[in-house]
Design a protein around this ligand. Structure first.
Ligand code: HEM
Length: 482
């Protein structure tokens, strides 16, 4: 009997040894090509993922990038992230390379957890069909298409402040910012306006969003498992809404321009092909995800910086009150008003420079190529990081200083300010985000001044930057609204 257990133990130890050896061998084999970029690749499987993630958890995601730029090269360094051999391309040249070589040298890549929860939507890379559909996306978000949504955004913003902020002395900003952006998205993408119906989506949606960036262990009760279930639930609901809308459009009960869904159903590609129901459901889900936490993080940081910088608040207030005073009683914001919000948008840009909602994104090398004299093998993952330029004194003098005038005139040099990415994969929701942020800024400064309740609140970047307690603030309503 004892011999039997000894035998089992030996088999176990041998298999652990062989697995480790295999992992070490596999890890090393990724880095045998000649002339790879300098850098460290860490342990098999984990690589440098922990350092990459933990600098973010501590609130300094740029540290991972800048430490290695200083140690190895300011243009490109190798590493290993999420079990993958990877290179981080830095500075405007790195950004330009990745943004200009889509489908030539690189294509989008997402970690496994994203693919499992979200099988197709953000993955519009390989299939020809999907590529064609991707070309249609910008049409739905052109400034001309969005102009008619500004009044609706203002109306929802007013209802949001009435229901979430009014008669309160203290509020927590981040959850309210999420509620605002989600309500807008439900209304403008799907014509869901009733707050109760919005709330029905909000819970599964939040589960989905946290599942995407969780550890991908699909067991009952894990965030990942809940995310997959929530994703299936939302897709089913979306397909029911799409079916109903098709009927309503056919019977003239719905308008072709009432929301993004109607646009998607009625737009065809150059061959006269319409998007399938499944594709539309995926696209809408992709938009909901792409726009939710990013825009709410941006709004939360705008509130944070305006609390910390009263002279900047005063300038934003002045600009917005001039617009407010030019309006008739009950008149909603329109396109001309948005054009007058130049200073406010400069402030929002400076906020996104210092606290980019997305820190960067991955690509995969489609073939072997040379970047800056170094070889990048096919299959390697490539990462661009907003911080490599946003917080770099070579491109933004005194980078920690909050200075909205950086965006006056022609603004920062090309490929240095990249909160929305660039090239064909640039965020399709950029203009939509600009409008929802400006409409929010108008409504909030018109009503309140505020102060932070936790002056030293920590920032956690996981993967979006968020004040650890959600940014609790004390509200000081302006006299005319008091
Ligand atoms: C302040 C707000 C926002 C920021 C900072 C932001 C930033 C970004 C960035 C950096 C990317 C990745 C680009 C890349 O892969 O290189 C992206 C992609 C994307 N964004 Fe946004 N975004 C914002 C708001 C929105 C909104 C409001 C929507 C929807 C209406 C949206 C929809 C998307 C989608 C669908 C993608 C994936 C595009 C693709 O892979 O082809 N985003 N966004």
């Amino acid at each position: 009997m004892e011999l039997f257990f000894l035998y089992l133990l030996l088999i176990f130890l041998l298999s652990v040894f062989l697995t480790l050896q295999y992992l070490f061998y596999k890890h090393k084999s990724h880095y045998t090509a000649a002339n790879l970029p300098p850098g460290k690749t860490g342990w098999p499987v984990v690589g440098e993922s922990l350092e990459f993630l933990s600098t973010g958890w501590k609130g300094y995601p740029e540290k991972f990038i800048f430490d290695r730029m200083t140690k190895y090269s300011s243009d490109v360094f190798k590493t290993s992230l999420f079990g993958q051999p990877a290179a981080v391309l830095c500075g405007p040249a790195g950004n330009k390379f990745l943004f200009s070589n889509e489908n030539k040298h690189v294509t989008a890549w997402w970690p496994d957890s994203v693919n499992k929860i979200f099988p197709s939507s953000l993955q519009t890379d390989s299939k020809e069909e999907a590529k064609k559909m991707r070309k249609l996306m910008p049409q739905f978000f052109k400034p001309e298409a969005l102009q008619r949504y500004i009044g609706i955004m203002d109306n929802i913003a007013q209802r949001h402040f009435a229901s979430g902020w009014e008669n309160k002395d203290e509020i927590v900003v981040y959850p309210l910012a999420k509620r605002y952006t989600f309500w807008l998205a439900c209304r403008l993408f799907l014509s869901i306006d009733d707050p109760n119906h919005v709330a029905k989506f909000a819970d599964p949606f939040n589960l989905l969003a946290s599942g995407i960036f969780s550890i991908p262990v699909d067991l009952p009760g894990t965030a990942f498992n809940k995310g997959i279930k929530a994703s299936n639930f939302i897709r089913k609901e979306l397909r029911a809404i799409i079916k109903q809308r098709k009927l309503d459009l056919a019977e003239n009960k719905a308008s072709p321009t009432q929301d993004i869904l109607s646009h998607m159903l009625l737009t065809c590609d150059e061959n006269g092909q319409y998007m399938s129901e499944l594709d539309i459901a995926d696209k809408i889900l992709g938009l909901l995800i792409g726009g939710h936490d990013t825009a709410s993080a941006a709004i939360t940081f705008i509130i944070k910086f305006l609390a910390e910088l009263p002279e900047i608040y005063d300038e934003v207030y002045k600009e917005q009150m001039e617009i407010a005073k030019s309006k008739k009683e009950g008149e909603l914001l329109n396109w001309e008003d948005i054009q007058k919000m130049r200073y406010s948008w400069n402030v929002a840009c400076e906020v996104m420079r210092l606290a980019p909602p997305l820190q960067g994104a991955f690509r995969e090398a489609l073939n072997d190529f040379i970047f800056n004299g170094f070889s990048i093998p096919k299959g390697w993952k490539l990462y661009w990081s907003a911080n490599s330029t946003h917080k770099n004194p070579n491109y933004f003098l005194d980078p920690e200083k909050f200075d909205p005038s950086r965006f006056d005139g022609t603004g920062p040099a090309p490929y240095t300010f990249v909160p929305f990415g660039g090239g064909p994969r640039m965020c399709p929701g950029k203009e939509y985000a600009r409008l929802e942020i400006l409409v929010f800024m108008h409504n909030v400064v018109k009503r309140y001044k505020w102060e932070k309740l936790l002056p030293e609140e920590k920032i956690v970047v996981d993967p979006m930057p968020i004040p650890a307690k959600g940014l609790p603030i004390r509200l000081h309503p302006h006299k005319m609204n008091a």
